[in-house]
Design a protein around this ligand. Structure first.
Ligand SMILES: *[C@@H]1O[C@H](CO)[C@@H](O)[C@H](O)[C@H]1NC(C)=O
Ligand SMILES: *[C@@H]1O[C@H](CO)[C@@H](O)[C@H](O)[C@H]1NC(C)=O
Length: 362
């Protein structure tokens, strides 16, 4: 089954490449050859793609001008997806729900990691763990430690989702119960600042840092349930924390060294990890293992590392390569049902650079 899927994606990729060179020779209009459920390949124009896109994601534009503008952005994103496909052949890139946003709109509205790399005063350096008996494949989703994929909406609050995801896992490990925790509490109430970087504070939809959010959570006593403090995706509201309703608390948190084996060992021992990465390839990502030849290590997005696989993809006929399994916060319609796969082993897109692990009070 897995093999069939791989074969299928390889043929999809092949079709894509054929069309890429076809388009480039063609010049003017962008055409993408799409294989429709394995039968006859269909050639769609960018207008067709835009109509499908609008229908699929329920996009409506207020004016003819806006429509024209969004179509222009969409066309340039189709070209960007093709460039990403060339740079990242083991993943599939194409039309996503973000295809009508410019890269800067996308960064502003759907990412949200800001700040430096200095540690809050209560953060520790994670101890070095033994790594020789690590499982080949590991996935916290199979062990009940991961809540369903959430959606941050048009708000740069990724950092709060990465934080709740890690604490949800740690809380599950210490109590045996999986409880969805409140991001809105962090968005409204957490204004913790990076101790070493002036003005770099958690600021709702304008970004934040997971380590600062752990520090806030430790100081304030914990987080409320999602349903008791539901997500609105807007900031500027007052803090509605009711301390009597706190359900999960941080006992301590640590920063993991930049070493893939240590990251895996901490993941297996302590639960899902809060990580930051560069999200440049994620706007056009549709599935597969992303492993771009070039990707900046400038961190701008916070996500949750939930597992890894030992052999998920191969470029041409080389040996199959390992990858990380990452939970994102853009809903289930993005990526692989809301998840992202990124190759493991060479700090691609900065994935090893800012990793933290948290322990929950029982
Ligand atoms: C392909 O899709 C069409 C239309 O949805 C459907 O009628 C047809 O049975 C599908 N073919 C295969 C091979 O799945
Ligand atoms: C929490 O503290 C304990 C005891 O010092 C330590 O062994 C553990 O690694 C820490 N866990 C995290 C996630 O920081």
């Amino acid at each position: 089954m897995e093999h069939l899927r791989v074969l299928f994606s390889v043929s999809l990729l092949f079709a894509f490449f054929v069309s890429v060179s076809f388009c480039e020779n063609n010049g003017e209009d962008i055409l993408i050859r799409q294989v429709v459920n394995g039968s006859e390949p269909k050639v769609l124009s960018s207008e067709d793609h835009f109509s499908l896109f609008k229908r699929r994601f329920g996009k409506v534009y207020g004016s003819l001008e806006e429509h024209r503008h969004r179509f222009a952005v969409f066309r340039s994103n189709l070209q960007r997806a093709m460039r990403h496909q060339k740079m990242d052949p083991s993943a599939r890139h194409g039309v996503t729900q973000f295809s009508d946003l410019t890269p800067s709109e996308f960064r502003r509205m759907h990412l949200g990691v800001r700040g430096g790399f200095k540690l809050p005063k209560d953060a520790n350096q994670a101890p070095i763990l033994p790594t020789k008996d690590l499982p080949e494949d590991f996935d916290w989703r199979d062990r009940g430690a991961v809540t369903p994929v959430k959606n941050q909406g048009s708000c740069g609050s990724c950092w709060s989702f990465s934080t709740t995801g890690a604490l949800e896992g740690a809380h599950f490990l210490s109590t045996g119960q999986l409880v969805s925790l409140s991001e809105q509490q962090l968005v409204d109430c957490d204004h913790e600042c990076d101790p070493e970087q002036e003005g770099s504070c958690d600021s709702g939809c304008n970004g934040g840092l997971m380590n600062s959010a752990f520090e806030y959570t430790l100081k304030t006593g914990g987080l409320m349930r999602e349903e008791d403090y539901p997500y609105t995706g807007t900031d500027g509201g007052t803090c509605k924390l009711d301390k009597s309703k706190i359900v999960a608390s941080v006992s301590n948190f640590s920063v993991v060294s930049i070493n893939e084996d240590q990251i895996a060992a901490n993941l297996v021992r302590n639960g899902p990890l809060a990580v930051a990465l560069n999200a440049a390839y994620m706007q056009t990502y549709m599935g597969g293992v992303s492993c771009p030849y070039i990707c900046s290590k400038r961190l701008n997005h916070g996500v949750l590392l939930v597992g890894y696989g030992s052999a998920g993809f191969s470029q041409a006929r080389f040996k199959e390569k390992p990858y990380w399994i990452i939970k994102n916060s853009w809903g289930e319609t993005w990526g692989e049902n809301g998840f992202y796969k990124l190759c493991k082993g060479r700090n691609v897109c900065g994935i090893d650079s800012m990793v933290s692990t948290v322990a929950a009070a029982a």
